[in-house]
Design a protein around this ligand. Sequence first.
Ligand code: THG
Length: 717
Amino acid sequence: MSNRPLLGPLLGVRPLVADGAMGTMIQAADLTSDDFDGLDGCNEWLNVTRPDVITSIHQAYLAAGAQLITTNTFGANLSALGEYGLSDQLEAIALAGARLARSAADDHASADQPRWVLGSIGPGTRLASLDQLSFAELVGATERQVKAMIDGGIDAVLIETAQDLLGVRAAVVGAQQAMQAAGVDMPIIVSVTVELTGALLVGSDLTAVVASLAPLGIAAIGLNCAAGPDLLAGHLHRLRQLTKLPLTCMPNAGLPTLTPTGAQYPLSPTDFAAAMVGFRQRDGLAVLGGCCGTTPEHIEALVARLTDAAWSESVGERSSEAGSEEQMDRGWVSSLYSATDLTQELSYLSVGERANVAGSKAFREALLADELDKCVAIAHAQVDEGAHVLDVCVDYVGRDAVADMTTLIKRLRGEVDIPLQIDSSDPAVIAVGLELAPGRSIINSVHFESGDGPGSKFAAMMHQARRHGAAVVALCIDEAGQARTVDRKLEVAGRLIEQLTGRYGMDQADILIDCLTFPIATGQADTRHDGRSTIDAITTLKSRYPRVHTILGISNVSFGLKPAARLVLNSVFLAECRAAGLDCAIVHPSKIRPLDQLPPDQVALARQLVLDDGPDSALEDYLALFDREITSPVDSSADELPIDQRLRRHIIGGRANGLADTLAAALAEKTAVDIINQDLLAAMRIVGERFGQGQMQLPFVLKSAEVMKQAVALLEP
Ligand code: THG
């Protein structure tokens, strides 16, 4: 009976009943060590040694009315089989398991009662997020298992009892590779196991689960094992609120009690069925089944209840209605522990910039000295300052960035509870970052600098984005370079969005467009308007694509200025960008201030710079404001200062106002030659030093030189 309908299109359209436990049924079969070939406890080996036992369990569930039966391949993975020395039998065990289920299902199938086979993939005994095995090993083993199960005739892949986000992602990737190799496409269902707290074993809550797994292209998501329906109810309902995906639920027959004869599961078939029907009515389950302790009697009771109660109701309608309050399938990112919305309703998404070798001397020195504790401390400081996401960049000439990213993410993933933004220009570095970060990360960044053809950096980055379901920062750069005008920024952004959604199937909400800006306070006329162009581009972009997110490296705008001037300019620029609709900002969070906490004259001048609507002297005036601050930290009027300090202020502050008076007063005390040598030249030396240290900017140095010239002219007579 091979003309059964495809399972995928039916998921979520009408409720489907799956089978119950395999493991506890095998235990109940009272097998001997001989049955296991001496490998007691290796249930999957029975596919080879006692296929009749497995077939009879499948048959019992099919006779009870299960439409979906699950292969006995839960432990057909390297870590579990390895414990029995059966790793090299992985394919044989998976193939045999799939064939047994297929043939039992086909024997029971009829035109009006088709039966499908779910290829079971268990969690294994080692966790990738805890570094007990690698992402690549898991991908490889799952690919082998799924290839064999496809050959054996499965209809869908069921990744079940999942406890580790990274493990699930590796399994999904492995399954997808196997399907691609076999030229088939079948649904992948992921069923996670929560602790009583609602979190996975490693600590991931359900927001992290949905945000990280939904973008992988899975067909359904759900809960199994752990507890009975009563203790899963709240968590299942929460899951319903978080996702539009079809839901599955396969609880245990209650919490087991240990008796001398083994674990006893308390829930009767009638009570189990009643609870499951309740779930379906409230949360619109697409697949209902059982886990540990459930028997064919439980499934039979469930089928009977569903037939007379809610069988004909569409789960599709129910799920969209129930899930309408909060949907995390799109536009969310996640750490190992919890998820974060890229849209922060009352604020902007703050991406901490300091875990960057190019952006922080402290971080660079710590990394170069292999002082990982210090790197982690810098990351923690970003969290403490309010960063929602952490940008991580280790690209440094002469270092092995793949190795650095590896050691760093292995630390950060468990110790830092915010999502990561993997920042590199090298697709290989992005790849290791994503393979190690268990949650849903952001790639920083993709662009069209080397085009978008096959073999381009863009294509390599997007391959990683798709494989890992990552969100993507896309820069307004194309073959002609960084877009500078509003029109060019919009042109490149439009092309990026088209490619990411069209060719790579991304959702608009998962895209972060970076309109980019050059520094605007360098004194160069041609970059003066860059901030303004960026702001205007954001405005139009957000009106054209309201669901697309926008992001910007704010600190770029103020390169070249000294810290106090940068803080104000960055804060003002960010405020203007936010008013234009900016969603996310890469910043040093503690160096951003609300504008009402900054001096109004500084804010006003900074705004003129940012909007490029001030006088030609705006930059110079702005710099002067901050230079004054440094030369006169105490607010004393110039006339009260000793004469040598008044002279220094004229020169260092570049202030010609009152210069003649100060010089006249000075000439009453010493000669013109002494004034020049002892005071004016000394002040110019300080100007030179500050310039050399980057504390003072060129326009202001020129101003100082001009005042110096005036002073010498006044003294010449
Ligand atoms: N867009 C995107 N990604 C980016 C940027 C961007 N990543 C890198 C950068 N720009 C954003 N990150 C920083 C980090 C630090 C600084 C600026 C931008 C910075 N650092 C101080 C400096 O260089 O003066 C360092 C001071 C110190 O050493 O402590 O300014 O635009 N998508």
